[in-house]
Design a protein around this ligand. Structure first.
Ligand code: ZN
Ligand code: ZN
Ligand code: ZN
Length: 371
């Protein structure tokens, strides 16, 4: 891993220089983990990788986080500078960038999800520097997953598939969505995830709300139930997989009809994925099938999102996104059909673009299952 991180740090340094960004300031989050392996706690005290476009990167950490930073192995790939409770950590980080550059940076990249209070402290510490988002530099790197990352996503996909495979243990009429979701959350960890990110159990009319989480609603016989679940594996890579089930009984015939349309749409989009096509065209591959099936107005969201160290990251699989797919890109294909007040359905898999096509990382059956 150390070798991979050294290589990523070198590439990020080059990308900053090429992009005209003099230094990156990366607080806890996916970018910091990507470059150093350190899954740092976001705190009011500053933890920040200072990555100058020339010279050595340094990780600034508070004294009380020093042991955790060392335990993560970050110290094997970057120098660590410790600040005490009364130090000005922002001045320290700014000074490290100045020392490396031999003067004030003109343009700095701050982590895309850095807290505003930290962004403003950096602005005060480097008043002459323009601030841009670090994503301008790091996005092209993180967009193309390396072999070890694809392995991580593969393991995450297999783990969440095992949870779906066990759905019959928990999902049945007479139980509430919340009870079912709690059991699913336990299984997400049992099957190898470090943390549970979300457990959407949306039964009956709740299935028509794409981001419904759970509620006290009791599942009734014949309900369609959308189950969209994901977690983060110990290595940081995320899973995200949706299947729609029927809880006993007989489902509304219209539901069964549009489920077939959805299944065909999801397959069409997955089959369409290959290097050289745009994200927008993948969205259209799913949307056209649903529109032809007569349900276009009920597919109310984009077809998918990138995934990696974050649940939702680029590329966005959405109409108008001209990003050209390339080997190593990983994202969800998750069309849905939602009939307000009645029911809904979604089918979601994570896929990776290969040299000549696509690999599906979620492989559990997509046909309608009655539990
Ligand atoms: Zn979502
Ligand atoms: Zn999902
Ligand atoms: Zn998703």
């Amino acid at each position: 891993m150390t070798e991979i991180l050294h290589e990523r740090l070198a590439r990020a340094t080059r990308a900053a220089a090429d992009g005209g960004v003099d230094a990156l300031f990366l607080t806890p989050g996916a970018d910091l983990r990507y470059l150093t392996g350190y899954d740092a706690l976001p705190l009011e005290r500053l933890t920040c990788l200072v990555l100058p476009a020339r010279g050595e990167p340094v990780l600034v950490v508070p004294r009380l986080e020093h042991a955790a930073a060392e335990a993560s192995g970050a110290g094997d790939v970057v120098k660590i500078a410790v600040h005490e409770e009364t130090d000005d950590a922002f001045a320290l980080a700014a000074g490290l960038a100045r020392d490396a550059l031999g003067g004030d940076p003109a343009r700095v990249g701050v982590a895309d999800r850095m807290w505003a209070e930290h962004v403003l402290r950096f602005r005060a510490a480097l008043p002459a520097a323009d601030q841009v988002t670090a994503g301008l530099v790091l996005r092209p790197l993180r967009l193309i997953k390396q072999a070890d990352e694809i392995d991580g996503l593969r393991r995450a996909g297999a783990a969440i598939d095992r949870v779906h495979d066990r759905m019959g243990e928990w999902l049945r009429p007479g139980r509430t969505e919340a009870q079912i979701a709690r059991d699913i959350a336990d299984a997400i960890v049992e099957e190898g995830h470090a943390t549970v990110n979300f457990t959407i159990v949306a039964s009956g009319p709740n299935g028509a709300s794409p981001h419904h989480h759970t509620s006290g609603r009791v599942v009734e016989p014949g309900d369609a139930v959308v189950v969209d679940i994901g977690g983060t594996m110990p290595d940081g890579y995320c899973s995200d997989c949706t299947r729609t089930y029927v809880a006993g009984g007989t489902v509304d015939p219209e539901f069964a009809r549009y489920y077939d349309v959805l299944l065909a749409a999801q397959k069409a989009a997955c089959d369409f994925v290959r290097p050289g096509v745009t994200a927008s065209a993948v969205d259209a591959a799913a949307r056209d099938v649903i529109t032809e099936g007569g349900y276009g107005e009920y597919f109310v969201h984009r077809t998918g999102h990138g995934i990696g160290l974050e649940e939702h990251e680029e590329p966005w699989i959405v109409n108008g996104n001209d990003t050209v797919l390339a080997p190593g890109m990983a994202f969800s294909i998750e069309p849905g059909i939602y009939l307000r007040g009645r029911h809904g359905a979604r089918i979601e898999d994570i896929v990776v673009v290969t040299d000549d096509g696509v690999e599906r990382l979620d492989t559990i059956a997509r046909e309608l299952r009655t539990l």
